[in-house]
Structures are given as structure tokens and as C-alpha cells.
Design a protein around this ligand. Structure first.
Ligand SMILES: Cc1ncc(COP(=O)(O)O)c(C=O)c1O
Length: 435
């Protein structure tokens, strides 16, 4: 097996050291210092008995790269280490990570409670393909009182879903409150931590049970590879209510041991790997895992610079007469500023949304005038990226739906990159001068 316990003796090191070293296994054949790309579909069995044992999960060793790959396994151990989880699983994209998690937690007929302010692609999946598969979703304002959340729970609720820094509105959630609610209902709190990364926030330390990433963003960091990850904190008691997660707690029809009996704190990840991801097949290619690993090795350096640049750009935009408002939690004007200071001492990410007084036409003028900043959909790149939310990401919504979630006609989302901040501001300045 290429996926043993993730901490592998690195727990005593600081984050900056672990982002470079955690999870590595020595490459025994040539002594390669960098984790190789294990470009193979499958793995040789040692014998008839070995093959049988690997399929039964009683002997170590990989089977087929749809479910396991040694390059991916190093990244999984590193991510689990950085997030403080007991293990992780890589998949083909952030969307695949979210879908796989919901498949594992909520079968047809069950439901998920979610905060209202989420990445629009996630909401589309919840309202679209997952709902068509028979899972229902109920969205509630993250600031709603605890009792209102509890009143929305039903016997079918199987998870509470949120984002630590919601994309693009930055309306930071009270994670400890949501964890309390989820645990009173008896379901896991699932947190998409893409925008924060484990360098800025580790949701498991605040009560989250499962952490999701689109690794396509800051973790890989250079806009070259898609990927997704699921990290399990290992604390949720899947067996507390035996009817709730029967796939984990029930024995097989032949009386064979349940996932929980066989794998303990690894039960959820084992189920996710063998019975969800291996069956549906959203595998991450090892080349992508390799690029992701290289990105993770400089995560802290990049995040410090992303945050510093974003703070300067946000303050500059806020002072510009053409800008009505800027949503960034590091700005004292943000209603989430105090919460951000407490939860994100290193800064609350590098995505910001700003609203132009001139509405949609002003947004067209500004975006078409940008020279250095790339107009495209994506976030978490070394390059600064901009997009008009209302006509693209939120284009399928009605005017009223957009207004309800704060996507105004003049709203531009900016993912602040690592260029010289003077050059980023100068480009925005010349583009805004055209208004
Ligand atoms: C917060 C968040 N989660 C998930 C995703 C989906 O990730 P991917 O594009 O890797 O499928 C995105 C994409 O922008 C995102 O911003």
C-alpha cells in the first residue's frame, strides 16, 4: 500500500518544512530525491495469494492507478499532514472532490444543509446533477441563528456543507458555530478550504470533519493543472447512529466486518477510495499530482505574497471614486473584518470582489482595457485574473437571484497574483481611467 499513516515522523517540524518534506517515501531503486511520476496503469502482483490479498485489502500493495498511485500517495500524505487530518484522497478536480464526498455521505433520498454563499459551480452541481440523482439541498444564510439551522435539519440530513472563505463574496463563516450545529444534528461538517489553503486556515482545528480542496488553485498555484482533494480529520463518530451511515457501520451480507470495524479512523477514506472514486473513476493523473507537489512546496511563500498584494490592491480600489465597494475581509470596512482577524491571522486570502458604480457597462470598459491582468475564469494563479461575475459565473441566475447573493451588475472578481503590486495597481488604474 502506498498510503500509510500520513504524519510519518514530520509532526515536529514547522509548516514551511512540512510543505517540502511531509509524506515523502525514499525512492529505493535509484535514490531519486524528487518524488518520481509513477506512470503506470497497474502494479505487478507478487503471487496468486498476493493478488487475492491486495483485492481483499489484507495485504499491502497497489492494484490499479484508478484508485491508487505512488506519486499521488505522497501528495495525499502531505496534504493530510498540512491540514492536520488522518489521510487524504486526490481526485481529478475540485468539482470531483465535492461530488465524490456527497456521493459518499448522502445517497438518493437524503439531504444536505449548506450555507448560501458558495462557489457558483458548487451550487450549480447541488441544484443540478446531484439533485437529479435524488439528493436534496437546503441553503441557509451562514449568519442565521443556531436554532434556525437546527430547525431545518430533518432525519434525512447527512452533512452540513460550507466554504471557509466563500468565493467570491468573502463573507467568512463562523466555523465553530457551524461545527456545533452539524454535531448537534449528528452529521459531519464539510468545509471547502480552497481559498484559504491550510497555510491560512486549518478547518479541522475549528471543528470541521472533512476538508475539500480544488487543488487547481493556490495549492498547485501556477494555473497549469486541475485537481481536487478530500482530507478526513478522523474525529467524526460514524457509528454513533448506526442507521445514518450504514455503508460504514453495517457488516456485509456474509457477516464480514464493516468498514468501521476494519479501518477505524480511516473508514471514511477507505470507503471513498474503494467504493466511490474507484467505481466512478475521477482519477488524478500522476503528472498532475507531480505539478501539485511542486506547487505545495512553495505554498507559504506564495500565500504571504498573495495576501500582501491583495491587501494593497483592495485598499487602493476602495479609495477609487469609480468603485462603490470592495469585499475583502482584511479591509476594516468589511463586516467580517473582526472574525477574519481572529480566524486568519496571516490574512484572509487573495480573492476580492469590487463593485463599479457604473454597473455592467463600466465593468465591460474596465475588463476590455486591462493589459497585464488576465480576464479569465480561475483563481489562485501566480497571475492576476479578473472576471465579470454577473455575465459569466452567475450568468444562469435571474437578476433577482444575483441581487440576493450580492452579485451586482458592476461586480468584478479579482484573484490577486504575485506580480509587482505596483504593476497590478497601474494596470487597474489605466483601465479605470477609461470610465
Ligand atoms: C471554492 C471552490 N471550490 C471548488 C471549485 C471547483 O474546482 P475545480 O475547478 O478544480 O473543479 C472552485 C473553482 O473555482 C472553487 O473556487
Amino acid at each position: 500500500m502506498t498510503d500509510p499513516a500520513p504524519h510519518a515522523g514530520h509532526g515536529r517540524y514547522d509548516f514551511e518544512t512540512r510543505q517540502i518534506h511531509a509524506g515523502v517515501l525514499p525512492e529505493a531503486t535509484f535514490g531519486a530525491r524528487i518524488t518520481p511520476i509513477y506512470q503506470t496503469a497497474g502494479y505487478l502482483f507478487g503471487s496468486f495469494d498476493d493478488a487475492e490479498g491486495r483485492f481483499a485489502g489484507t495485504s499491502a500493495g497497489d492494484i490499479y492507478s484508478r484508485s491508487e498511485n505512488p506519486t499521488n500517495a505522497v501528495v495525499q500524505r502531505r496534504l493530510a499532514d498540512l491540514e492536520g487530518g488522518v489521510g487524504a484522497l486526490l481526485v481529478a478536480s475540485g468539482q470531483a472532490a465535492i461530488a465524490s464526498t456527497i456521493f459518499a455521505l448522502a445517497p438518493a433520498g437524503r439531504s444536505v444543509l449548506a450555507t448560501r454563499s458558495l462557489y457558483e459551480g458548487t451550487k450549480q452541481m447541488f441544484r443540478g446533477s446531484l439533485r437529479r440523482q435524488g439528493v436534496s439541498f437546503d441553503f441557509l444564510d451562514a449568519e442565521a441563528p443556531e436554532e434556525e439551522w437546527l430547525a431545518r435539519a430533518t432525519p434525512d440530513t447527512r452533512a452540513l456543507y460550507t466554504e471557509s472563505i466563500p468565493n467570491p463574496k468573502n463573507d467568512i463563516v463562523d466555523l465553530a458555530k457551524l461545527a456545533r450545529i452539524a454535531h448537534r444534528i449528528g452529521v459531519p461538517l464539510v468545509v471547502d478550504n480552497t481559498v484559504a489553503t491550510p497555510y491560512l486556515l486549518r478547518p479541522i482545528e475549528h471543528g470541521a470533519d472533512i476538508v475539500i480542496h480544488s487543488t487547481s488553485k493556490w495549492l498547485s498555484g501556477h494555473g497549469s493543472v486541475l485537481g481536487g482533494a478530500i482530507v478526513d480529520g478522523g474525529h467524526f463518530d460514524w457509528g454513533a447512529n448506526r442507521d445514518r451511515f450504514p455503508v460504514l457501520s453495517e457488516r456485509g451480507p456474509d457477516g464480514s466486518a464493516s468498514y468501521l470495524e476494519r479501518h477505524g479512523e480511516q473508514a471514511f477514506l477507505r470507503y471513498l477510495r474503494r467504493d466511490v472514486v474507484n467505481e466512478y473513476g475521477p482519477t488524478l493523473p500522476p503528472q498532475s499530482a507531480f505539478a501539485l507537489l511542486q506547487g505545495i512546496e512553495t505554498l507559504s511563500l506564495r500565500m504571504d505574497r498573495h495576501v500582501a498584494n491583495a491587501r494593497e490592491v483592495a485598499a487602493w480600489l476602495e479609495a477609487h471614486p469609480a468603485v462603490a465597494s470592495v469585499d475583502h475581509p482584511d479591509l476594516p470596512s468589511s463586516p467580517f473584518h473582526e472574525r477574519a482577524k481572529a480566524l486568519f491571522p496571516r490574512g484572509a486570502g487573495s480573492v476580492l470582489a469590487f463593485d463599479l458604480r457604473g454597473g455592467r457597462e463600466a465593468a465591460r470598459t474596465v475588463l476590455d482595457a486591462l493589459r497585464l491582468v488576465s480576464t479569465m475564469t480561475h483563481i489562485g494563479d501566480v497571475r492576476t485574473l479578473a472576471i465579470h461575475s454577473g455575465s459569466t459565473l452567475h450568468g444562469r441566475l435571474t437578476e433577482r437571484e444575483r441581487r440576493d447573493i450580492g452579485v451586482t451588475p458592476g461586480l468584478i472578481r479579482l484573484s490577486v497574483g504575485l506580480e509587482s503590486v505596483r504593476d497590478i495597481v497601474a494596470d487597474l488604474d489605466q483601465a479605470l481611467a477609461g470610465l
